[in-house]
Design a binder for this molecule. Structure first.
Ligand SMILES: [Zn+2]
Ligand SMILES: [Zn+2]
Length: 364
């Protein structure tokens, strides 16, 4: 076999393969694809993940799809196209005779992340069970299916604890409750600008009843952890408080002051804004919806569409006691910021970007 053949790139057939710092990994200078020899791909993947000592990507490959046009650089036999993972449609070329693997440039990151992708897709593709059914049947709350965050969600937990503590304090005595509503709730007739600005933040921690608190905190708990992980702790906190403040200002804008002053409490505005971010960044996640006794996993856009329709209905039928405009305004703001920050979030979180691509298959 002439040596020139073995050095010629199997993909573009123009460039030649040159060894990298690892002699078993060769790189095409022309198309930037990479050739992995004799299990060197498994080594490279294991090196990328602290939690893997030995790896065998052959064990995790999806189905063999067809014979490739490319020839193995050593064996000169046609290679085989495989699906990278069962639920990830990227195709890679493997030699049926030796352990050689060819990866195009755009596939390299996906293959290197494949153990994490597999883990994530397994979680996302879980089916509803009797446990998830019973939970939603008893609580009327959705069950969330999303990737496991890497960071501990300290901010999310602190927000939940603070809201709980303030609610608990209000239960201690009527005087304590009155003090909280007088000072921490947002009052449209507050005169001092500084006090008003502070109320824009503090109103988010006050709740009017146990169901109001429990509903808000449950949603914050299930979606806050993923958003905090994607953004980082301080950016998440800043964005949460900012969006909550803007949601209150939107409610003030549409509020009819002839009905008396507006007294606004609750984390709902900020949490509705989190829904918008979540929809933009976690399209692969699912939230369960229950129709009488039938439980179904829904993509976030379907789930939040139904949620928005319920809010629109509430707003136009003018049902009192709920800040519909703060909910919908917060949600719109979240969608806008989620859209503007999408590329930044995807650059920072390659796994989230890969799961948002068309290659990820999520069964609902
Ligand atoms: Zn090439
Ligand atoms: Zn071969």
């Amino acid at each position: 076999m002439p040596r020139t053949h073995a050095k010629l790139c199997p993909s573009c057939t123009i460039g030649s393969l040159t060894p990298t710092s690892n002699p078993a990994i060769l790189n095409c200078r022309h198309c930037h694809g990479v050739w992995f020899e004799d299990g060197s791909l498994n080594q490279a993947i294991a090196q990328q993940h602290e939690f893997i000592e030995q790896y065998s990507h052959e064990l995790h490959l999806g189905p063999a799809l067809r014979t490739s046009d490319r020839l193995c650089r050593r064996c000169r036999v046609p290679m085989t196209h495989y699906q990278l993972l069962t639920h990830y449609t990227t195709e890679i070329d493997c030699c049926p005779d030796c352990d050689g693997v060819w990866l195009d440039k755009h596939e390299i990151d996906q293959v290197m992340h494949s153990p994490r992708l597999k883990q994530a897709l397994t979680t996302l593709n879980q089916k509803v069970t009797w446990k998830s059914w019973l939970f939603q049947f008893l609580t009327a709350m959705p069950v969330e299916y999303n990737i496991q965050p890497h960071r501990t969600p300290w901010v999310t937990r602190t927000l939940v604890v603070l809201c709980g503590l303030i609610f608990g304090t209000g239960l201690l005595s009527p005087a304590a409750n009155e003090w909280i509503f007088l000072n921490l709730a947002l009052n449209s007739e507050t005169q001092s600008p500084i006090h008003f600005a502070l109320q824009l933040l503090t109103y988010q921690f006050v709740h009017g009843g146990l169901m109001h608190l429990a509903g808000n905190m449950y949603f914050l708990w299930i979606i806050g952890d993923n958003l905090e992980d994607a953004l980082g702790h301080s950016a998440f906190l800043g964005l949460y408080l900012f969006m909550g403040a803007v949601a209150a200002l939107i409610e003030l804008l549409v509020f009819d002051s002839s009905q008396g002053p507006l007294l606004l409490v609750g984390a709902s505005g900020a949490i509705a804004a989190l829904f918008g971010l979540y929809l933009m960044w976690f399209r692969h996640a699912s939230l369960t919806f229950m129709i009488i006794i039938y439980q179904k996993k829904l993509a976030p856009h379907w789930y939040f569409l139904i949620w928005s329709l319920i809010n629109l209905f509430g707003m136009f039928t003018a049902q009192g006691g709920v800040a519909w405009a703060a909910h919908l305004g917060g949600f719109m703001l979240g969608l806008l910021l989620g859209y503007l920050l999408r590329d930044y979030i995807f650059r920072k979180n390659p796994l989230i970007a890969m799961l948002n691509g068309p290659e990820a298959v999520v069964q609902r």
